[in-house]
Ligand binder design. Structure first.
Ligand SMILES: *Cc1c(COP(=O)(O)O)cnc(C)c1O
Length: 363
């Protein structure tokens, strides 16, 4: 049986009647932008995360740009960001007027660390984007101890936990994406910003609404970037299931690790964390051959970040100032294998057999 790389619809299937009811509730209300569903979702998301404030926005990319603007990031500033991440983590920086400064990742966690950030800090550094890559948890407190605020890019880490709390409530401000394939997925685009400070939250609310409170008086050049009522209502149905889904992703990771230890290089959870793996990413020197063998066996597998962000042509003006050896190595060797909250033990066994027969010498 083929095993897909990801499968968001299976875990949503038991909720379809509730999702339909939520959609009908919004249709009947006739209220589509910034109404009771968004208000309620913001309250529920903040409570789930242990964050003081949550503000819905249109997507995870806008969330990053708006979060940076809310911290006062602008022209003349530098923002530290990893290069081994989804493009949007860095793409969100130039629209603020600031420049991206690329840093390396920790070779074990594939997240930024205090060490990799420290290597590129300058007096112009205004913020660090710490990506909780693949659901793993970056050491936000250690980075903020360097004296610079962190924007957590938690787009891939909904449902993960760590000793210091949940991603989204570990630092100054954090961003989420509810793109359909994420751990908490809408049925369209959506995003959110969470933060500690009430003044920062207020700036975020103003920025997402054209830099205004009322569309009469304007205090800033802002954005039209709102989470809509339909998506908020759909997300409210799913949020109570996120912990269960996160635990299922973590357990699937445990099953992979038990079967594949010593076969390929495995992802390592950051100390004290329990990642709700968004992607389960293994490493192998002959990654193309492995990917080909898995494809032939009907198993979804993909290398997402083969060209690191800094090496993509539009980032040419911001060439890295330090070598990025862990980034280059991860880009060359990584391969995501199937992961979802609905991955069955038989599917995991099938994937592991295919990986073993591709990389172990024939007996
Ligand atoms: C998906 C993602 C984003 C962007 O979110 P969108 O909602 O697609 O704009 C940003 N950062 C990371 C790490 C992501 O995975």
């Amino acid at each position: 049986m083929p095993v897909p790389l990801f499968d968001p619809t299976s875990s949503q299937a038991p909720l379809r009647a509730d999702i339909r009811a939520a959609v009908h509730r919004v249709l009947d209300s006739g209220h589509f932008i910034l109404g009771p569903e968004v208000d309620a979702f913001e309250t529920e998301l903040a409570a789930y995360l242990g964050a003081n404030h949550a503000v819905g926005v249109a997507n995870g990319t806008d969330a990053l740009t708006i979060a940076l603007r809310a911290l006062g990031v602008g022209p003349g500033d530098e923002v530290v960001v990893p290069s081994f991440t989804f493009w949007a983590s860095a793409e969100a920086i130039p629209p603020t007027g600031a420049v991206p400064v690329f840093c390396d990742v920790d070779p074990d966690t594939l997240c930024v660390s205090a060490e990799t950030v420290k290597a590129v800090l300058t007096p112009k550094t205004k913020a660090v984007i710490a990506v909780h890559l693949f659901g793993n948890v970056a050491p936000v407190a250690e980075i903020e101890a360097l004296g610079v605020p962190v924007v957590e890019d938690a787009a891939q880490a909904a449902g993960s936990t760590s000793a210091g709390g949940r991603p989204g409530a570990l630092g100054t401000i954090a961003t989420f994406s509810f793109y359909p394939s994420k751990n908490l997925g809408a049925m369209g685009d959506g995003g959110a910003i969470t933060c500690k400070d009430a003044d920062v939250a207020e700036r975020v609310r103003t920025l997402r609404f054209h830099g205004s409170a009322d569309k009469v008086d304007y205090v800033d050049i802002g954005y039209n970037s709102r989470l809509d009522e339909l998506q908020a209502a759909i997300l409210r149905v799913q949020l109570p299931h996120l912990d269960k889904w996160g635990a299922a992703r973590a357990a699937a990771g445990d099953a992979y690790a038990a079967a594949l230890e010593g076969v390929v290089r495995l992802p390592r959870a950051a100390a004290g964390s329990r990642p709700a793996w968004h992607l389960y990413v293994i490493h192998h020197d002959e990654v193309d051959r492995l990917a080909g063998a898995l494809a032939a066996a009907g198993i979804g597998a993909r290398s997402y970040y083969r060209t690191p962000v800094h090496a993509q042509p539009p980032m040419a003006p911001w060439a890295p100032r330090v070598p990025l050896p862990a980034t280059e190595q991860a880009a060359r060797t990584h391969l995501a294998i199937p992961m979802s909250a609905a991955l069955a033990p038989a599917q995991i066994a099938e994937v592991c057999e295919a990986v073993k027969s591709a990389v172990l010498p024939a007996r």
